[in-house]
Design a protein around this ligand. Structure first.
Ligand code: NAD
Length: 355
């Protein structure tokens, strides 16, 4: 029987609670679809610092590189906030992404019909939204040189090489091929030289994907269009800073941060994680919403393991749990038939898969 090796990084706060539910669901789908998982639990974040003195022990990077994919919970918390920067949990995570070389961040924003009234936008605007932001993650203005500051001036540089644009554009077009085959590339080509190169390069890559319809949009307009008519988008291709802002904007279409998954890919091993943090305010209470992590596990099956049928089963089970009125506390006020704990929600989704 085929078996996949998954590196599990539970982390801090609600991390262990939500990852446990994703594992429950993964095991259910594996026995249904005729493959298996073995899990290798690795330390990162505050817990890793407490045990080893390093938020990213070398064994964690080695273990991740020796796996088929990484399923990640969340790291961080007040307890570690006053440590020197390089010892903080967040530094461990940034170093981890860089060590793995994951240059593409995929953030779907899906609005479940049952939760259309949980969004801060009108239900008729958000019902049916299903878009994917493909954001370049390790280049652009956050990394460009020169950068610096003195008492009266601060400066950063937005740099993209052609190669960096080509590889992220391929990611976006490939993903579009498995979706509605539309890519909207976001830039500021009316003002920025780097964006002109971005636009020309994306046009070139597009020639290799004749079935995909390419459009371009200035970033300021895109920010407005996401609120005006988010359903017009399928795949949004962006550089680092534009994607940072637009993906957070897009995430709010869905109603709760506890619903949204992400994937950081592009290297041999991808990292699959919810977009939220470790939620220390609710940790240990068994009330966190595990759906973002379960949905990240579904992305892992789809993008890392090519198990599309299994991913479809998880997505359908999540939809069914929501349509039957099961809600964790964060969504309690939106047509809840029954309020469930983290673990109950995981079991409900796992049971729907098994049936
Ligand atoms: P957060 O995302 O942890 O929490 C924000 C709010 O959303 C909180 O009220 C929390 O209770 C709620 N929330 C988050 N996830 C939820 C879920 N699954 N179900 C129900 N409610 C949920 O952001 P924060 O409070 O700004 O940060 C807390 C810690 O997490 C910090 O140490 C921060 O650095 C860290 N953080 C880690 C990551 C990561 O691991 N990738 C990402 C963001 C923040």
């Amino acid at each position: 029987m085929k078996s996949y090796k998954i590196a599990l990084i539970k982390g801090d706060g609600i991390g262990p609670e939500i990852v446990d539910e994703a594992v429950k669901v993964l095991d259910a789908v594996a026995s249904c679809c005729g493959f298996g998982f073995s899990y290798d639990e690795l330390l990162m974040g505050g817990i890793a610092y407490d045990i080893t003195g390093d938020p990213l022990p070398a064994e964690t990077v080695a273990g991740a590189l020796n796996s088929d994919a990484v399923l990640f919970g969340a790291i961080g918390g007040e307890k570690w906030d006053n440590l020197p920067r390089e010892k903080r949990p967040e530094s461990g995570l940034l170093r981890f992404r860089k060590e793995l070389g994951v240059y593409a961040n995929l953030r779907p924003a899906v609005v479940y019909d049952e939760l259309a009234n949980a969004s801060s936008l009108k239900p008729e605007i958000v019902r049916g939204v299903d878009l994917m932001v493909v954001r370049e993650l390790i280049g652009g203005i956050y990394f460009g040189e020169p950068k610096g500051r003195d008492a009266n001036k601060g400066w950063n540089t937005m740099v993209y090489t052609k190669d960096e644009i080509v590889r992220i554009a391929h990611q976006a077009f490939k993903i579009a091929m498995s979706r509605q085959k539309r890519v909207c590339s976001i830039d500021k080509a009316n003002v920025l030289d780097v964006s002109q190169l971005w636009r020309e390069t994306v046009e070139e890559v597009a020639k290799e994907y004749p079935e995909v319809e390419l459009s371009h949009m200035y970033v300021d307009n895109a920010a407005m269009q996401l609120i005006r008519d988010p359903k017009q988008f399928d795949v949004m291709l962006t550089g680092n800073i534009f994607g940072d802002i637009l993906s957070d904007e897009a995430s709010m279409l869905s109603g709760s941060i506890g619903l949204l998954p992400s994937a950081s890919v592009g290297a041999k091993i991808g990292v699959y994680e919810p977009i939220h943090g470790s939620a220390p305010d609710i940790a240990g209470q068994g009330i966190a919403n595990p759906i973002a992590t379960i949905s990240s596990a579904s992305m892992m099956l789809r993008y890392a393991l090519n198990e599309n049928e299994a991913a479809d089963k998880i997505d359908a089970a999540i939809k069914r749990a929501l349509s039957e009125g099961y809600r964790t506390g964060d969504l309690a006020q939106f047509d809840a038939k029954e309020i469930c704990s983290t673990s109950e929600m995981g079991s409900i989704i796992a049971n729907y898969i098994a049936k």
